[in-house]
Design a protein around this ligand. Structure first.
Ligand code: UN1
Length: 480
C-alpha cells in the first residue's frame, strides 16, 4: 500500500480544494484508500466554465506552435512518468500493471499526435458560381467543451478528448469518473507543468451533479461523453435543449465470429484477449462469441481451458493476468448477468462462482457461458465485465445476421482464412469498426473511433476525424 493522495479541483490554473468527503479505493484491496476527494457541484462547475471562457480568446488566438509545444511537452513528461502514473492507474482502476503503464503510454502518444494536428488544420478554396467571387472555408475553434469521461480508461480517454479540444484552440471543463479521479488529476497536473496557460483546462471532481451541471451550463458550447447508454441519452437531451454540440461514445455488445476454417489456437487467443483482458471492462470487449458448428466444441473446450487458467489477482502483483472489477457495483453487475444467463438456459463452462480472496477486493471469476440464444439478455445487454457467451451457428450468413441483430454497433470481429467472408464482413457488419483476425478491443490511437446504432452519436473521435467535432467551419465569400 502507498500513501493516500488528497485531490483538488483545478480551476483557472489553481488547485481548488474542497471538504475531501469523497474517496477513491483500490479495488484490489479496498483497505487501501488511493485518494480523498472534494465533491464538486454546480458552483464549482460555474467557476470552471467562467475560467474556461476567460481563457478562450487568448488560447484560440495563440499560435498553433504554442499549442504544439504544450501537448508535446506534456506527452514527453507523461512518457517519462509512465511507470509511476501507470501504477497509480492500476492501483485506482484495477487493470494489471502492464495494462496501466500501456494505457499511460497510449495517453502520452495521443498528446503528441494532437500536438502535430494543431499545425495541420486545413481549409479549402472553392470556385464560386458567380464570376469574380472566391470562396474559402476555415476551421475555427468552437469555445468551451465539457468532457465527461469513464473510469475504464482513466487516462487515455481524458487525453483523447482534451488533446484535440485544446490542439484546435478550445478550452475545457472536464469531469473525471467517480472511481478514478486521481489518475485524471495526474494528467491535468502534467498539462499545467508543461506550460498550459491558466484556465485552458479545468477539472471538477464529483459525481453525477457535476456532469448534469456541465450539460446544463449555457457557457459550455459542446459536450463529449463516454459512458453508459442510459446516461448518454440524458446528456444528448440536455445538450439538444440548448443547442450545444454533442458527441457520445456508449456501449457495445461486440460480436466475434469464428468460422470453421479458423486456426483454432489463434481464434481462442483472440477471444481471450477481446473478452477478458482489462477484466472485460472495455466498450470494445468481445462479449458474444458466434461460433460455427464445425469448430464450436473444440473452440469452447480450448477457450474454457485458457480462461480457467487466467490468474486473477491484485492488479499490482506481477503474476496477475486479470485484475478485479473497478467497484463493488460493477462486480455485482457481472454476477447478476451470470445468473441471468443461467436462468436463460446458458451452460457455465468455466467460472461463475463467487470468488473468495485473501484480501477484500472486487474480484470476479472470468466466466464462459455456452449454448446461449441470440436474443437472450446475456446477448443483448452490455455486461462490462469478464463474462463472455457463445452462440452456435450453422453458416457465415447466420453468423452475420446474429452479429448484426443487436441495438449496439461499436466493434465487430471475424476469425477466418476466407478472403471472401472477411471482405463481406467488412462491408456488411453493422459496426463502426471491423476487425479481421484481430480482437474487437485494442484500437490504434491515430485513426477514427466510434460506432453505429446505439453505440455512438455525433462525429467520430480520434485521429484525423477529431477535427470535425472540435472545430466549426466558416465559409467566407469575397469579391474584389
Ligand atoms: C480499446 O479497446 O482499445 O470505453 C479502446 C471504452 C472505449 C475505448 C476502447 N471508449 O472501452
Amino acid at each position: 500500500m502507498t500513501d493516500t493522495l488528497e485531490l483538488s479541483h483545478w480551476i483557472g490554473g489553481e488547485k481548488v480544494g474542497g471538504d475531501l468527503s469523497g474517496e477513491s479505493l483500490n479495488p484490489s484491496d479496498t483497505r487501501d484508500v488511493v485518494a480523498r476527494t472534494p465533491k464538486g457541484g454546480a458552483a464549482e462547475v460555474d467557476q470552471a466554465v467562467q475560467a474556461a471562457r476567460a481563457a478562450f480568446p487568448g488560447w484560440a488566438d495563440a499560435s498553433p506552435e504554442v499549442r504544439f509545444d504544450v501537448l508535446d511537452r506534456a506527452g514527453s513528461l507523461l512518457m517519462e512518468r509512465a511507470p509511476q502514473i501507470g501504477r497509480l492507474l492500476s492501483r485506482e482502476e484495477g487493470k494489471t500493471l502492464p495494462e496501466g503503464i500501456g494505457e499511460t503510454m497510449r495517453a502520452a502518444r495521443v498528446l503528441k499526435y494532437f500536438a502535430g494536428e494543431a499545425l495541420r488544420v486545413h481549409g479549402q478554396n472553392l470556385a464560386s458560381t458567380r464570376p469574380g467571387v472566391e470562396i474559402q472555408t476555415y476551421r475555427q475553434p468552437v469555445g468551451v467543451f465539457g468532457l465527461i469521461t469513464p473510469w475504464n480508461f482513466p487516462i487515455a480517454i481524458p487525453a483523447w478528448k482534451i488533446a484535440p479540444a485544446i490542439a484546435f484552440g478550445n478550452t475545457v471543463v472536464i469531469k473525471p469518473a467517480g472511481p478514478t479521479p486521481a489518475t485524471a488529476e495526474a494528467l491535468i497536473a502534467i498539462l499545467h507543468e508543461a506550460g498550459l496557460p491558466k484556465g485552458v483546462v479545468n477539472l471538477v471532481i464529483g459525481d453525477g451533479d457535476v456532469g448534469r451541471a456541465i450539460v446544463a451550463h449555457p457557457g459550455v458550447d459542446g459536450i463529449s461523453f463516454t459512458g453508459s447508454q442510459g446516461v448518454g441519452a440524458g446528456v444528448a437531451e440536455g445538450a439538444m435543449k440548448r443547442q450545444a454540440r454533442v458527441q457520445l461514445e456508449m456501449g457495445g455488445k461486440n460480436p466475434l465470429i469464428v468460422l470453421d476454417d479458423a486456426n483454432l489456437e489463434r481464434a481462442v487467443n483472440i477471444a481471450l484477449d477481446g473478452s477478458f483482458f482489462a477484466t472485460g471492462q472495455r466498450c470494445t470487449a468481445s462479449s458474444r462469441l458466434i461460433v460455427q458448428d464445425g469448430i464450436h466444441d473444440r473452440f469452447v473446450a480450448l477457450l474454457a481451458e485458457k480462461v480457467a487458467a487466467l490468474r486473477v489477482g491484485d492488479a499490482l502483483d506481477p503474476n496477475t493476468q486479470m485484475g478485479p472489477a473497478v467497484t463493488e457495483a460493477q462486480r455485482d453487475v457481472s454476477y447478476n448477468y451470470i445468473d441471468i444467463a443461467k436462468d436463460g438456459g446458458g451452460r457455465i463452462v468455466t467460472g461463475g462462482e463467487r470468488l473468495k480472496f485473501d484480501k477484500p477486493g472486487w474480484y470476479v471469476q472470468p466466466t464462459l457461458i455456452a449454448d446461449t440464444l441470440p436474443d437472450a439478455r446475456i446477448n443483448t445487454e452490455e455486461v462490462f465485465g469478464p463474462v463472455a457467451s457463445t452462440i452456435r451457428v450453422a453458416s457465415y450468413e447466420e453468423a452475420l445476421a446474429v452479429a448484426n441483430g443487436v441495438e449496439f454497433g461499436l466493434s465487430a470481429g471475424i476469425v477466418t482464412q476466407s478472403l471472401k467472408y472477411a471482405r463481406d464482413f467488412q462491408r456488411n457488419a453493422k459496426a463502426g469498426m471491423t476487425m479481421v483476425n484481430l480482437a474487437t478491443a485494442g484500437v490504434d490511437y491515430h485513426v477514427p473511433f466510434g460506432g453505429t446504432k446505439k453505440s455512438s452519436y455525433g462525429p467520430r473521435e480520434q485521429g484525423f476525424a477529431a477535427v470535425e467535432f472540435y472545430t466549426q467551419i466558416k465559409t467566407s465569400y469575397s469579391a474584389s
